[in-house]
Ligand binder design. Structure first.
Ligand code: C5P
Length: 222
C-alpha cells in the first residue's frame, strides 16, 4: 500500500455516543485532516444486511465496500438505533472486519494531497488500524450522559423513542464491543483518556487542541 510521508495521523477510540465524532470532526476541520467515522462503515454493512438479506454474503459486501464513496456514509438512515445495534453484531465477523480494515488503511495512510493528514475514530483504531498514529485518544463519558446525548439525537428522527430504550441499547452495544474476541474496544496505554461527561463541545475541542499544538510545536510543525 502507498503511504504518504510526513502527514499528521490522529487515532480515536471510544464507546458509543461519547462525543468522539463531534470532536473528531472539529479537530479534522481545524488541522485540515481527512476525517473518517469508521462506525459508519459497519453501519453501512448492517444496513445492507437488513435491506438486502438474500444478497448478503462476503462477495457482495466486498464489492459494496470496494465501490464505497465517503458520501454514501452520510445517509441519515445509518444513524438509526437498530442499524447501530446490527452494526455491533456484524462487526464481530472476522471476514467483515478484514474487508473494512483495508478500506480504512487507505484513508489513514493515503489521504488526498489537499489534506495535511487523517483522523479516524472507531473501536480499534489506536491499536489495530493506525497503531503508529501521532496522536491517540480514548474518548469516554458516563453511561447516562452518553444515553442522554444519543437520545436527543435520535429523537429528531424518531419521536417515539424513549430514553430507557436508548440506555438499554447503548449498554448492549458496550457489552458487545468490549467483550468480543476480535478487535474489542479498549484503551491502549499510549492513548490519552478524555472524559467528556462534564465538558461541552468547545471545551473538549480546546483540551485536545492544546495537546496537539504542544507536540506539533515541539516537533517544529507549528
Ligand atoms: O461508532 P458507531 O456507534 O457508529 O459504531 C457502530 C458499531 O460499529 C459499534 O457499536 C461497533 O460494534 C462497530 N465498530 C467497530 N469498529 C470500529 C467502529 C465501529 O467494531 N472501528
Amino acid at each position: 500500500m502507498k503511504k504518504r510521508k510526513n502527514i499528521i495521523k490522529i487515532a480515536i477510540d471510544s464507546p458509543a455516543a461519547a462525543g468522539a465524532g463531534t470532536l473528531a470532526k472539529s479537530i479534522s476541520k481545524h488541522y485540515n485532516l481527512l476525517y473518517l467515522d469508521t462506525g459508519k462503515i459497519y453501519r453501512f454493512i448492517a444496513y445492507l444486511k437488513l435491506k438486502f438479506p438474500k444478497k448478503f454474503n462476503q462477495k457482495y459486501i466486498k464489492s459494496k465496500i470496494n465501490s464505497l464513496k465517503i458520501n454514501d456514509l452520510s445517509n441519515k438512515i445509518l444513524l438509526s438505533d437498530n442499524i447501530g445495534t446490527e452494526a455491533s453484531i456484524i462487526s464481530k465477523i472476522p471476514s467483515i472486519r478484514k474487508t473494512v480494515h483495508s478500506f480504512q488503511l487507505n484513508y489513514a495512510y493515503n489521504p488526498p494531497k489537499k489534506f495535511n493528514g487523517s483522523c479516524l475514530d472507531g473501536r480499534d483504531i489506536t491499536y489495530n488500524i493506525v497503531p503508529d498514529a501521532d496522536f491517540k485518544f480514548f474518548i469516554t463519558a458516563n453511561i447516562k450522559t452518553r444515553a442522554n446525548r444519543r437520545y436527543k439525537e435520535l429523537k429528531v428522527f424518531n419521536k417515539k423513542i424513549t430514553y430507557e430504550e436508548v440506555l438499554k441499547s447503548i449498554k448492549n452495544r458496550d457489552k458487545n464491543d468490549l467483550n468480543r474476541q476480535i478487535s474489542p474496544l479498549k484503551k491502549t496505554k499510549d492513548s490519552l483518556l478524555i472524559n467528556t461527561t462534564n465538558l461541552n463541545k468547545r471545551a473538549c475541542f480546546l483540551k485536545i487542541k492544546k495537546i496537539i499544538d504542544r507536540k506539533l510545536k515541539i516537533n517544529g510543525n507549528l
